[in-house]
Ligand binder design. Structure first.
Ligand code: 6LW
Length: 529
């Protein structure tokens, strides 16, 4: 690690903004790897790399083949792939997760975390969600899951080597003991869990015992982390994983949300990944400040590459940060059909359709701008911001006309329409976070949707309240995804760009010490906040 930098060096949280929930982290020498849940999106289980726990780059997805990830028709939004555990053991990476919409627990391995990952081994003997993996000195592999139950398994076959048994029930009275992670730290085994549910009551608790099977005594200070009942800007904090850095210091990655607006507060970016320092007192972990600006780790931060703004679709493949809904049939997309363009061939007929041809990226900033140059040809397609099939706003282009649609639960409306010259048109969605105000009824943000005149002027056709595209309204486990879709025929996108805007609506360079990262070349950026 580099020489210790000057004191007062800061970094910003979340370290992986946007919908990146249920983080699981491991370290191999000087490299950190992190995985998140992905629900109805394909490819699934994004994998990130970092050298300093602050700058993260998405290097791939663990489940990127239909043989690894089936999200059959009928897989609901917020169904699919729940929390993963990522570990390195015996020279290879192990990832276990739950596809609640197809077959339950599965385990994949890889020698290179960027992929390819193996075909899945089914772990059907483990019924619960949030499966964890830990090996003892005798080479036994312990799988612990929500509830909190545990069973020894053969990770090569997925077979249970014994009967699942309860090892801890969490804090009496606290609901949903889940997200267990088991660690051997010096002579003791520690069992970290989330409890209280993934909403405002979320928290992290820990217990320790002499063996991987316990018995476990709870930490007297539980929960060791929660923001429940506080006015802290980061809420729902819970579902954590621990990692020790090469210099011996300990760190926690944990999910949290940034509610905005009046009451009850609405979070639109989903559950994001945060970093917090950890110290040890009497053999128990004490979580340090979990704040929007954290004291950077005592090592030199790796300068992250500047977040590119535009994807020109010049490559044969889509960058790992692009996601589709439930699957991405080869016949539905191409960057070769029209060189230098992303071509989408319609499958479903609108953004209401679970099967719509869609390629999107996570909204990662409270204020941001997304633009795309679309040529609808004789088809219909556009740019959408989506929470799920019943909660989305989009601008749709068809020959000579653009229309803004809004879907909020059972209500669907063509909000505005405008004739435009036939041919390619730049469509734009701009999100402006609401200033922190005392109005209890204020929404979290405003979503302005329209197109650009030939001189680049933004003609806004509709400005819509963003609360209806929030988790508190739509429900579920995900966050906003902004992306391109085809509703009928074949539509082409020359480019897509995404820029963070600061609170005043200006493009934010984020040139502070704040970390940035990118995904490969010109794909979606990870955390140019
Ligand atoms: C995750 C579990 C949870 O697997 O939600 O609410 C699931 N808690 O820990 C999806 O994020």
């Amino acid at each position: 690690m580099g020489a210790r930098p000057a004191v007062g060096h800061t970094a910003t949280n979340p370290v992986i903004p946007g919908f990146h929930p249920d983080p699981s982290v491991c370290r191999v020498e000087g490299d950190y790897y992190l995985a998140c849940s992905s629900f109805e999106y394909f490819p699934g289980v994004p994998i990130f790399h970092s050298r300093d726990l602050v700058n993260w780059t998405q290097i791939g997805n663990a489940l990127e083949r239909p043989s690894q990830l089936r999200l059959p028709p009928g897989t609901p939004s917020s169904g699919g792939v729940y929390a993963p555990t990522l570990r390195h053991h015996d020279g290879r990476f192990w990832l276990i997760t739950t596809n609640v919409s197809d077959g339950g627990n599965l385990l994949v391995t890889a020698t290179d975390p960027a992929g390819p990952w193996s075909e899945p081994v089914r772990v059907t003997a483990v019924a619960g969600i949030d499966p964890d993996l830990a090996w003892d000195d005798d080479g036994n592999c312990w799988c612990t899951h929500a509830g909190v139950e545990q069973v020894r398994i053969d990770p090569f076959t997925g077979q249970a080597l014994g009967h699942p048994h309860r090892v801890w029930s969490g804090t009496p009275g606290a609901k949903a003991p889940e997200a267990p992670h088991l660690y051997r730290i010096e002579d003791l085994w520690y069992l970290l869990i989330a409890e209280g549910g993934t909403e405002r009551g979320h928290g992290v608790s820990i217990a320790r015992g002499p063996a991987p099977t316990g018995p476990f005594e709870p930490c007297p200070a539980n929960p060791i982390l929660t923001h429940r009942g506080t006015d802290h800007p980061i809420q729902n904090t819970g579902h954590a994983d621990l990692v020790q850095a090469p210099d011996g210091s300990w760190w926690m990655v944990v999910l949290g949300v940034r509610p905005r607006g009046g009451t009850p507060g609405w979070h639109v970016l989903g559950r994001e990944t945060y970093l917090a320092p950890l110290t040890w007192v009497d053999g128990w972990p004490v979580v340090g400040q979990l704040s929007p600006v954290l004291a950077a780790p005592p090592w030199r931060l790796q300068p992250g590459p500047v977040a590119p703004v535009r994807d020109e679709f010049d490559l044969d493949v889509l960058q790992p940060g692009w996601v589709s809904l439930r699957h991405r049939p080869a016949q539905c997309w191409s960057t070769k059909q029209r060189i230098g363009w992303l071509t989408l061939n319609a499958h479903g007929t609108s953004m209401d359709d679970p099967d719509v041809t869609f390629v999107g990226r996570r909204q990662q900033h409270l204020s941001c701008r997304a633009r795309a140059l679309i040529d609808p040809g004789d088809g219909r397609g556009g740019l959408a911001v989506r929470l799920d099939e019943e909660h989305h706003y989009e601008i749709e282009a068809a020959p000579g006309v653009v229309t803004v649609f809004a879907r909020i639960g059972p209500l669907q409306a063509a909000v505005a329409t405008r004739s435009v010259p036939a041919g390619p048109v730049v469509v734009r969605i701009e999100v402006a976070a609401a200033p922190v105000v005392s109005d209890p009824r204020a929404g979290p943000d405003t979503v302005s949707i329209g197109f650009e005149e030939p001189d680049g002027t933004f003609t806004v056709l509709a400005s819509l309240d963003g609360r209806y595209l929030s988790t508190e309204v739509a429900g579920g486990f995900t966050g906003r995804i902004i992306g391109m879709y085809a509703a009928t025929g074949t539509v082409h996108f020359d480019w897509f760009d995404y820029e963070p805007l600061d609170e005043r609506g200006f493009v934010s360079t984020g040139l502070g010490v704040a970390a940035r990262a990118t995904v490969g070349h010109t794909g979606p950026a990870v955390n140019a906040r």
